[in-house]
Design a binder for this molecule. Structure first.
Ligand SMILES: Nc1ncnc2c1ncn2[C@@H]1O[C@H](COP(=O)(O)OP(=O)(O)O)[C@@H](O)[C@H]1O
Ligand SMILES: O=P(O)(O)O[C@H]1O[C@H](CO)[C@@H](O[C@H]2O[C@H](CO)[C@@H](O)[C@H](O)[C@H]2O)[C@H](O)[C@H]1O
Length: 505
């Protein structure tokens, strides 16, 4: 590390743990080291660039070109210098190091009049979070537009990007990554925690777009580099769906309606969400069908189910080691996981979304669009790209209905009537989602009750950990669900009749 990099590392040691996307909270030590530093703009430098434009064959971009042009990158970006740092963070526990992407803008002085985006002051100048800095955002767009390639960091575009003025706004203070919206035309997600290899969000979205799915936003560009010698996705740009309404907010509006109507049931209030939940179930099933057709699958035979049960036990081991709250439920959780070994499962294991919830879906005019196919951010990427039961996504969404209803009770804990209504709202929409999924896939997920229940429990266990780390005030939501689901008799919910000809493994 150069002196300059040591200085930057010192600033980051203080700044990184305060970022929502920093996954090392709770791990002692946390020593950052700058392992890559690529200058993307300099207001007049002369690095060599290779412009690349390839066809991804996406549904909506049949005119995508395949051309390569080499030239000199004159660094036509703004005067502020954008540098893309990759930072390795080692911990005292001796576990594997984590890698983070930290674009920074170095400035001689502040144009902002505040230091909200300031990482710190160093001998080379003021160091700003490059994704919150307007010049940094502009430089990143310029790099993508040019299809530039510098020091192994290559921008690939599906087609020429809109050349108009696209003012940037950054979103994602409370997200796993940081996204920048450009003029309501594009959204660029810059992956914060890096794992070697292609990011599953890019991989899966491209597969679905190529298959003609209406349930993803069109991929338009990405930025790839190297990590540990492996080609790795650094950022991913898609069409911005400007009229999209987030599923989570729509669901909350519906819950609010129900809570406001003292005497009415979930299906009687104006904001009933069930028709949307049903459509969302159908969209999810269609996405699963496309993924099963385009990517590898494997039979969900007893060996695969046993491996899955072992995996659920291991996740529980980790959660129990990290916190005490789940200990009272351990025996019941393990019993539920063991049921998976002899569960029935129609259809193969396949690639899935991996972290599906109401905050990962947008309602546009034509229906539901799913995004963020990255899987659970806390899981290592090689783990997230395993072939899995599609019921994991169903379970994720069922948990989300529970969250929507329960989150609004957090501020009104002593109202039993509302608590009852929350359960009613969640059940009503969970049923609708499963109905929609079943109508599209030919099998109602509730037919695979043992597996669905185990996966819901696994998700709730993950959520207990997630909330402990990120939103301690919300931990009661998944904990109560663990309590409720583990006290359910094993057969509940299996009542929905299996469809004719169902093949039960
Ligand atoms: N194509 C899109 N069009 C409009 N908004 C989007 C699009 N993709 C994502 N978003 C919005 O951006 C936010 C962040 O996206 P997400 O993929 O969930 O990032 P993260 O990985 O950081 O969680 C989401 O809350 C969503 O509302
Ligand atoms: O969206 P991310 O990929 O960052 O997912 C993580 O954060 C989610 C919260 O933002 C978290 O989801 C949990 O909270 C949601 C409500 O905020 C709820 O709808 C989900 O059902 C619940 O799991 C997600 O688990 C986490 O991976």
């Amino acid at each position: 590390m150069t002196d300059q990099h040591s200085e930057l590392a010192d600033l980051l040691a203080d700044w990184l743990p305060r970022q929502r996307w920093f996954a090392g909270k709770g791990r002692a030590g946390g020593r950052p080291r700058v392992v890559q530093d690529v200058q993307l703009s300099s207001g007049g430098n002369t690095g060599t660039s290779t412009a690349t434009s390839t066809s991804t064959g996406t549904a909506a971009s049949s005119t995508a070109t395949s051309s390569t042009a080499t030239g000199t990158d004159t660094g036509t970006g703004p005067a502020a210098v954008l540098r893309l740092l990759v930072v390795e963070v080692e911990f005292d526990d001796g576990g594997p190091a984590d890698y983070y992407q930290v674009p920074v803008v170095i400035r001689a002085d502040s144009p902002f009049g505040h230091d909200t985006f300031l990482i710190g002051e160093s001998s080379i100048g003021l160091v700003y979070d490059g994704l919150r800095d307007t010049d940094g955002n502009a430089a990143l767009l310029a790099y993508l537009r040019r299809g530039a390639s510098r020091e192994g960091l290559t921008a690939t575009t599906v087609e020429t990007l809109d050349e108009g003025e696209l003012p940037a706004r950054s979103i994602g203070a409370e997200q796993s990554n940081t996204s920048i919206v450009y003029g309501e035309a594009y959204i660029l997600k810059v992956f914060r925690r890096l794992w070697p290899g292609m990011n599953p969000d890019l991989e899966i979205t491209r597969v679905l777009a190529r298959a003609g799915s209406e349930h993803v936003a069109r991929p338009v560009a990405w930025l790839s580099g190297q990590l540990s010698g492996v080609p790795t996705t650094f950022a991913f740009m898609q069409d911005f769906l400007r009229t999209g309404a987030e599923g989570w907010l729509l669901a909350l509006a519906s819950v609010r309606d129900l809570y406001a109507e003292g005497d009415l049931h979930a299906d009687e209030v104006g904001g009933d969400f069930a028709a949307e939940a049903e459509r969302l179930g159908a969209a999810t099933a269609q996405v699963h069908r496309h993924l099963a057709a385009a990517l590898p699958t494997r039979p969900a035979d007893p060996a695969a189910l046993s491996t899955l049960a072992d995996y659920l036990h291991r996740r529980l081991d980790d959660a129990l080691a990290a916190l005490t709250e789940l200990a009272p439920f351990e025996a019941a959780l393990r019993a539920a996981y063991d049921e998976v070994r002899t569960a029935r499962h129609l259809g193969p294991f396949q690639r899935i979304h991996g972290d599906l919830h109401l905050g990962q879906v947008l309602r546009v005019e034509s229906g539901w669009v799913l995004f963020d196919f990255e899987g659970e951010p806390a899981r290592p990427v090689p783990d997230r790209t395993q072939l899995e039961s599609p019921l994991r996504d169903v379970a994720g969404m069922l948990r989300s209905f529970d969250y929507a209803a329960q989150s609004m009770l957090l501020e009104r804990p002593d109202e039993p009537a509302l608590a009852y209504r929350a359960l009613e709202w969640a059940d009503h929409n969970r049923d609708a989602f499963c109905r929609g999924y079943g109508a599209e896939s030919g099998r109602d997920p509730r037919d695979d009750h043992a597996l669905l229940r185990a996966l819901e429990l696994d998700k709730a266990v993950y959520e207990v950990l997630y909330e402990t780390r990120h939103r301690p005030g919300w931990i009661s939501i998944p904990l109560r669900s663990v309590e409720r689901l583990t006290s359910e008799p094993a057969g509940r919910g299996a009542a929905a009749p299996a469809l004719e000809g169902s093949d039960h493994a």
